[in-house]
Design a protein around this ligand. Sequence first.
Ligand SMILES: Cc1cc2nc3c(=O)[nH]c(=O)nc-3n(C[C@H](O)[C@H](O)[C@H](O)COP(=O)(O)OP(=O)(O)OC[C@H]3O[C@@H](n4cnc5c(N)ncnc54)[C@H](O)[C@@H]3O)c2cc1C
Length: 389
Amino acid sequence: MNSGFADTNCDVLILGGGMSGLALAHYIADYNDHCEKLSKTTWVVEPRQTYERDKTWCYWQQQTTPFDAAVTHRWYRWQISYNGQTHICECSELPYVRVDSQRYYALAQARLDKSKTVNLLTGTKATKVDVKQTKVSVSCDDLQYEADLVYDTRPKDVAPNTLLQHFVGWEITTDRDTFDPETVTLMDFQSTKGGDIHFFYVLPFDKRRALIETTHFSKTLLPDKVYEEELRTYLTEQLGICEWQIQHEERGIIPMPKNTASHTQRSHQNLIPFGLHGGTAKPSTGYCYPHAHSQAQQHASQLFAPQAQTASAARGLLARWLDTVFISFLEHQSEQAAGTFLQLFRRVPAPALVRFLSDNAKPTDYIQVILAMPKLSFIREAFRCVRNT
Ligand SMILES: Cc1cc2nc3c(=O)[nH]c(=O)nc-3n(C[C@H](O)[C@H](O)[C@H](O)COP(=O)(O)OP(=O)(O)OC[C@H]3O[C@@H](n4cnc5c(N)ncnc54)[C@H](O)[C@@H]3O)c2cc1C
């Protein structure tokens, strides 16, 4: 925890010092250093006392970020498999990278320790948020903070009937060379049963070490022992591994909502939802890391704009609409999902698809993606979405 910040009034308060909150704090600290006159005193409140490695973040790297020193691996090949067919994509300009969360947290802490204007308050939990006329008041344990602007990255309850991406992953080591360290398996589809889309993800760190995840897109979570049994069966029967040591386990539940919170349509101008539960993640993929960074940078720059600006939407209208239709497709035509993913990776050139998945698509990328989708199914889902809005 930084010391020397006794005041409980600040310009910006960030609730949650996780991936997205720390990214935002880092960008604000950088702007503060460059524009001292417009400097925004910023507090980040985070219940954790200390940070440990808790997640593996992967994404397609299109631009540099201040956290690139936390990238441990880069892959230029990825594959997707379904029904005995495998498609391999190669892309030399847009690597798929892995960020180590422990290194990420250490980089953020080191940056904020150096800042005189941005302060990370660890061991502090926000318990109540009150929106007033021009200020937001936040109770944190026994202190009351007041800020002009509050970014809320705290986890939220997920609305009932929301599609979920739920997964359990084991980082394992083996005694024999087993993995191809050059190629990530993004999706190795299994059969879809009762609306539950199921696939495995394999992130190979070297020939003997990899993270294997069993992932489902469905509305219902499974008992722990089911995920574990799926992992065991995949390791033995599909990867042919007899013995392994589990080095690390991670699990997650990522909501895939059809209607996401929009930064521009929030209930109060001064309370901005941000992060995984604040509309930052791309709902149709669950990827959040690259979106959090580009949006954090945008928000920070808007704070320093000469005239007050409203926060821009997390993604454009077309991207949001396609996400909604795609999620509706996953919900209602789940048995077609695996084949459609394979088609998408086959038919759309890797750079265009990566830009699309990263919310960075050019008009021609959208056209290629739309052309690769099963037309009738998507038209049907588009009508369904229109009827339900
Ligand atoms: C296991 C796992 C793997 C993932 N892998 C990827 C990936 O490969 N690529 C990708 O793009 N995305 C991935 N995601 C999705 C997403 O990137 C992560 O969940 C990411 O951590 C989201 O960042 P966040 O800041 O929104 O949430 P978090 O990082 O969870 O941060 C929220 C913070 O809020 C704090 N908090 C909680 N309650 C309070 C309170 N009352 N007051 C103040 N603070 C509070 C928490 O302690 C936490 O630090 C993954 C998610 C999980 C769970």
